[in-house]
Write a protein that binds this ligand. Sequence first.
Ligand code: GLU
Length: 447
Amino acid sequence: MKTQEIMARLQVKYPGESEYLQAVQEVLESVEEVYNRHPEFEKAKIVERMVEPDRIFTFRVTWVDDKGEVQTNTGYRIQFNSAIGPYKGGIRFHKAVTPSMLKFLGFEQTFKNALTTLPMGGAKGGSDFDPVGKSNDEIMRFCQAFMYELWQCIGPDQDIPAGDVGVGGREIGYMYGMYKKLARQYNTGVLTGKGATWGGSILRPKATGFGALYFTQNLLHRAGKDIAGCKVAISGFGNVAWGACTKAKELGAKVVAISGPDGVCRIPGGITSEMIDYMLVMRASNRNKVEDMAVKFPELAEFEAGKKAWSVPVDIALPCAFQNELSEDDARELKANGCWCCCEVSNMGCQPGAIKFFQSNGILFAPGKAVNAGGVATSGLEMTQNASHISWSGKEVDEKLHFIMDSIHAACVKYGEQPDGSVDYVKGANIAGFMKVATAMLEQGII
Ligand code: GLU
């Protein structure tokens, strides 16, 4: 495989799609050596096919705001790869959503889903709709208008969307309600992240955060360390950060910082259960301000505007918010303050310079596609429940999730172990996911 040549071609074809190109480059660099040992991959042009989405749907979404004004956004669904199962991946509502962003996420999702051990292909969707400052009614009207177009493209054996940034249980509820009305079918298998009383998995809201901590535990265990007593910094206060805080606290770690787009909240005594509960209120308010935590708990938390969670001295950094949220400068600051581990929970949360810095300075690092795969894995379990009309308890799902995260860690070690005994988790995750998808593509012929 000629990574440079493929990248040069993509750069000409997709100028400006920097996030997508960044994601492709990382995967190609990781798998090149293994790929070159398989001439049958080269012959079938596996990589050239894999970097292009199977198809992209783009549609107009028009809705009416609370003032009676007509608003128009753009909706997308990118069905990236269905070699190992139906398309699966979240829907993101964020003002910065572009086809490039969703392409990078759909590409990453393909490898992540392959890591879960479950049969799911990769997809991503969303809209440039900005939930910040929107009322509940506006959110509902937008979700309904979005589904009015999307419903024709999805189905339980075709494409199964879920939540992502800006889309949680409430939004999935509104979308499912509209799907049901249009399709005239109670087809629970069409979306995951549903409410627990109507086909959802009781563990799904917390699953990404829980899974991330199970993976982190595995990684620390292999390095001879223990999470109990460690200080942790977490970015964000959505579903993912909430689940991560809950499990980190349960495992005896101390979450001493959370952050938002407005700044950081330092919590010297460690986050409390009441504060973790309050994160849900903050998310539902659509204000997108972490300062609200310090206003609610002035004795426990202190807010500083314009600063990131990475400015607080910690042992472990867990980016849980958005892509490229941790720069090389942030990585340097973390190290200078004593940090020795970073598990990326957000998709592509660390910039390439930060990853290189971590890896060349002996800081344990694992990429989002491995660390956060527990979310989509639990979606896969929800699909199984829906298809077989059964319902597992939270405990049963948690056990399965734990087992899946252990397996993902083992796969990363299998493909990423270095001669000195350390593990390159980036390489390990990329090769493990790639081998599975590439083999399936090869076996299914030239399509
Ligand atoms: N959006 C989540 C992710 O990035 C979950 C996707 C899903 O559950 O389908 O993996």
